[in-house]
Design a binder for this molecule. Structure first.
Ligand code: ATP
Length: 240
């Protein structure tokens, strides 16, 4: 693979106090790829995304964005370089309206006008346009997830990080959200790193996947190839 990866995580270790959450994790996401990181509760998936965003800082290893070393940079600097995250649990602002929430996401927009980005979010999730003046906290869970992704898109990112977009949502809503991510990737070539406990859906959506166990990568490969492996089926798909 000759092209420079959009994201390269090179032997990164990270943790919290005495907790070692990531141990020499290496992975890459090529431009235009959807890559998923799957793993059980507490495997370190969220920590990996947060480390890419600058907090916690890596204890070892390097992180490169489009070939540039961003290791140890503060979060706002990493956002300005084109990384956006839709965090676990969505973390929208409950008292702000949909429109205000979206505009908060445009803060890291380096130049110009948030209107085209807002139109992109509406095209992806028409529901957001219908609910523009509704407060975030009164949206349904699925609508809040749409808003969190829409807000992340407002900064016009080169790399979108999604932490468990399926969490707590009904299957039909999860399908809507995954379809939107696929469409976005196909239409705009946006590079996506997706963390999921829902291994089945995530591996179907992703071009490639990695399996994280206790802070270490144990397997990698094309999404559908991983899906076919018995050890994945047993561990993450209820043996089905
Ligand atoms: P889940 O799917 O449950 O969100 P995860 O794979 O995202 O899990 P992380 O949230 O990254 O896992 O957690 C990895 C490890 O780091 C866990 O042992 C967790 O308890 C620990 N951890 C996470 N955040 C902190 C923190 N702020 N302080 C201390 N330990 C933490």
């Amino acid at each position: 693979s000759g092209a420079t990866p959009m994201l390269e995580v090179d032997r990164v270790s990270a943790g919290y106090g005495a907790v070692q959450a990531l141990s020499e994790v290496s992975l890459h996401v090529d431009p235009g790829e959807i890559v998923t990181l799957i793993g059980a509760n507490g495997a370190g998936k969220s920590t990996l995304l947060m480390t890419v965003c600058g907090a916690p800082r890596p204890r070892g290893g390097r992180i490169l964005l489009a070939g540039e070393d961003i290791t140890g940079q503060p979060t706002h600097a990493i956002m300005r370089r084109g990384v956006a995250q839709s965090p676990e649990g969505r973390r929208i602002f409950p008292r702000m309206t949909v429109q205000e929430n979206l505009l908060m996401g445009a803060e890291a927009l380096v130049k110009g006008d948030p209107a085209p980005q807002m139109e992109q979010a509406f095209a992806l999730f028409p529901r957001l346009k219908e609910r523009l003046s509704q407060r975030g906290g009164t949206l349904s869970g699925g609508e809040q997830q749409m808003l969190a992704i829409g807000r992340a898109l407002m900064s016009k990112p080169r790399l979108l990080l999604l932490d468990e977009p399926s969490l707590g949502l009904a299957p039909l809503v999860v399908k809507q959200i995954f379809d939107a991510i696929r469409l976005l990737n196909q239409q705009t070539g946006l590079t996506v790193l997706l963390v999921e406990q829902n291994a089945n859906l995530a591996l179907r959506l992703a071009h490639r996947g990695y399996v994280l166990v206790n802070g270490r990568i144990t397997m990698e490969g094309p999404g559908r190839a991983l899906l076919a492996r018995p050890e994945i089926r047993d561990a993450y798909l209820g043996g089905g």
